[in-house]
Design a protein around this ligand. Sequence first.
Ligand code: MLC
Ligand code: AMP
Length: 506
Amino acid sequence: MSNHLFDAIRASAKSGDATFIETVDGQRWTYGDVLRLSGQIASAIDVLGVRPGDRVAVQVDKSPLALMLYLACVRCGAVYLPLNTAYTLAELDYFIDDAEPRLVVVSSKARAAVETVVNRYGALVETLDADGAGSLMALARDEPADFIDAARAPDDLAAILYTSGTTGRSKGAMLTHDNLLSNAMALRDCWHVTTTDRLIHALPIFHTHGLFVATNVTLIAGASMFLLPKFEPDEILSLMPRATLMMGVPTFYVRLLQHEGLNRNAVANMRLFISGSAPLLAETHVAFEQRTGHAILERYGMTETNMNTSNPYNGERKPGTVGIPLPGVAVRVTDPVTGETLGPDETGMIEMKGPNVFKGYWRMPEKTAAEFTKDGYFISGDLGKIDTAGYVHIVGRGKDLVISGGYNIYPKEVESEIDQLDGVVESAVIGVAHPDFGEGVTAIVVLKSGATLDEKAVLAALRNRLARYKQPKRVIFAEELPRNTMGKVQKNLLRDQYSGLYLHAS
Ligand code: MLC
Ligand code: AMP
């Protein structure tokens, strides 16, 4: 029987002895381990009653076994649903309610609290810790490794990744086996990734970047990686002499540039540095090239579409652009009002179509239909242009979204929480230029007369409601919010007014 994504991964794991992962404490996980452990975990999940098409929600710390769990889900036909470890119980509740997973896997320390939420929905709860402790591996260890993979066609779901909504609640982007496989193969070829490559993997594994771009490309190329629990500049510099490749969000590069150890000597063994998930400032690109001799390769993607464009491996990597469409992916810029396709250098809505583009939002057919054009292009919400050489430039966003350190924050979600607080009339949440995170989440709040709320009190009230990265870095009080004649809050004026707020932050 054929399992579209895993068959391809299996084919790349030609030598069982080849390394897939090395951890910072020197432990090595081979491709043979990948087949064995993912098979045992798939058997355990099967015994628990998870059937093809069932969702498996996972909120665990980053570890090699967490990746084996992802692969086990692919093998048994389950739909993998990774959740940011920073999500609070209030946030988790929504995802479990919406996705109705059969199984929820969390860390041992979170089990009791998570069960208070999950028990309401009748899902099973198992635990997995970074060191392999927990109930899931206790079950898996006694299972056979030669699991027979569930048959999965290219169009079957492999994963659901939630992306917050600009209006209303988060939407689950449904990604198929072929969305993931076609994109991993395109990126492997575009970036010339081979078995001799070793990737520095310091990204979280609950988003497209760390899970699909970094991990799937490594697997499909039969390459290896250093799997780090988190971004740590000292550690990354110490690994560079044994690595060839790094993928990161712009904050990684900003922070590496602040490290005095970053120089040509330190990167002598490195072949390629890749950036994405948020805009890389041209000045960061230039500074990095001056210090290291490496032109960072910037690419552009989204949860819904995987990767769409990339600067070339050979050829000019233009700072401030996200490169040209990947093979098989069509990208165009249209007039946001008429929908007409625009010519070179004209700014409009970026739209894309191809095998990378998702199947739709989980149980939201109307929202799905609204995000596609009649001729099947996905409307990205990003504004940009394509220059005469075919390079895509992202010049802004048509959607109200803040990107902080590569994480998306939808202002509406934060505003709704603030507006519920006693004493608040209304609020506007904006992204303000931040030297470390790219944009800093900033709340402008209007209080009722006589209300005594201060910045500390607002932040304290949000602590258990929103993941830490969504919480404002600053809360500013104003008499009123600027509005246009239609009554719409003019966030552009607020962004201008507070543009210098974080200038001296680090
Ligand atoms: C952490 N904090 C953040 C934050 N990350 N605040 C805002 N934005 C962020 N991204 C909080 C911490 O909780 C902490 O709060 C304080 O800010 C400072 O933390 P830190 O120690 O400096 O943060 P650190 O752990 O080093 O994390 C920063 C980071 C991390 C940039 C390394 O956020 C990261 O790995 N980002 C990558 C996100 C990513 O993978 N995105 C891809 C999405 S996929 P306190 O209160 O404790 O001080 C996608 C599609 C595509 O977009 O194209 O790829
Ligand atoms: P997410 O929903 O987390 O997948 O984030 C996707 C969004 O991140 C895109 O719609 C863009 O706005 C942004 N993004 C991703 N890569 C880049 C990039 N290289 N430059 C600018 N913005 C980017």
